[in-house]
Design a protein around this ligand. Structure first.
Ligand code: PMV
Length: 307
């Protein structure tokens, strides 16, 4: 392997409807966000590694902090399986804020599998790539549904039922989605456990999970029919249900209220909750900008995506 260099671009994602319910076998609906990118590069090194270069860590793989265990798992698995030469370094340049429900960890895992597959010509199939990235996600987040990897590896929004039923939804809704970063880090593992505890203890909470799943089912149909008003209403309903699990922080609740006052068709937390992002639906770019302006002092970042 003489002085070879390869690059791979992977993207972020946003869950539109069905988070948490998807863990229990209901459908979820999520969209890749190509504005949020991770550029990954692999190159040959003079010394044996592997070496890793991220915004926060530069050094040999064996010193990589625990929070990058997903990356470690992917590299160690492929190196051991295929007896790979370890004279390489992988560099990640990410625009995806961490731990916000924007798919950063899935995107890193997916990029790592792809770039090793390409550089070493391993011949992994798309299904094998997704499988390995999902195993890394399970290490990152406990029992992950597989939704994140399914979404970031798709060109289109996806309807997803675990473990692997992925249907691309190719039409546009014809609206604008605000992705509002609260700046608060979420914790998927903790949020999933918090929901599970309630579902096991209270029958009404199991019913709420079924509601969330039904909202995703209806949402996919509304999207296909380009019924933006119905889609917005389902987002609002999902927010009410997610809040009942205690997943909305006071900042999330404030942003939801302000967005509503400023013409949003629907607004909800997205991803695991307990921080992270709020998404809001607007019919026009002007309304989206008005909402962005109104919530700006509560957000660290706002992206507007035409959908
Ligand atoms: O916080 P995120 O974007 O990783 O999303 C978590 C979504 C859950 O449904 C809560 C968990 C899962 O594995 O699907």
């Amino acid at each position: 392997m003489s002085n070879l260099k390869k690059t791979f671009t992977s993207y972020g994602k946003v869950i539109l409807l069905g988070e948490h319910a998807v863990v229990y076998g209901s459908p979820a609906f999520a969209i890749p966000i190509t504005k949020l990118k991770i550029e990954t590069e692999i190159k040959t090194t003079a010394q044996a590694g592997p070496f890793i270069d991220t915004a926060e860590f530069q050094g040999p793989l064996f010193l990589l902090p625990e929070k990058y265990d997903g990356i470690r798992f992917v590299i160690e698995t492929l190196v051991a399986k295929d007896q790979l030469d370890t004279h390489f370094e992988i560099t990640y340049h990410s625009q995806i804020p961490l731990e916000r429900g924007l798919g950063s960890s899935a995107s890193v895992s997916y990029a790592t599998v792809n770039i090793l597959n390409d550089y070493f010509e391993l011949g992994l199939t798309p299904a094998e790539i997704i499988e390995l990235a999902n195993q890394a996600e399970a290490i990152n987040h406990g029992s992950a549904s597989g939704l994140d990897v399914a979404t970031i590896s798709s060109e289109f929004p996806v309807s997803f039922v675990k473990p692997q039923a992925i249907v691309p939804i190719k039409n546009k809704l014809n609206g604008f989605l605000l992705i509002i970063d609260t700046g608060e880090t979420g914790n998927t593992r903790e949020a999933v456990a918090k929901v599970r505890q309630q579902v096991l203890a209270e029958t009404q909470k199991k019913e709420l999970i079924d509601h969330l799943g039904n909202q995703a089912r209806k949402g996919i149909i509304a999207w296909q029919q380009q019924d933006i008003l119905a889609f917005g209403k389902l987002m609002d309903k999902a927010q009410v249900d997610l809040d009942k699990f205690g997943l909305a922080t006071s900042k999330i609740k404030r942003i939801v209220k302000i967005a509503k006052k400023n013409g949003a068709l629907g607004t909800k937390l997205s991803g695991s909750g307990l921080g992270g992002i709020v998404i809001s639906l607007a019919q026009t770019k002007a309304t989206a900008e008005q909402i962005a302006h109104a919530v700006a002092s509560h957000a660290t970042n706002i992206f507007i995506e035409e959908i």
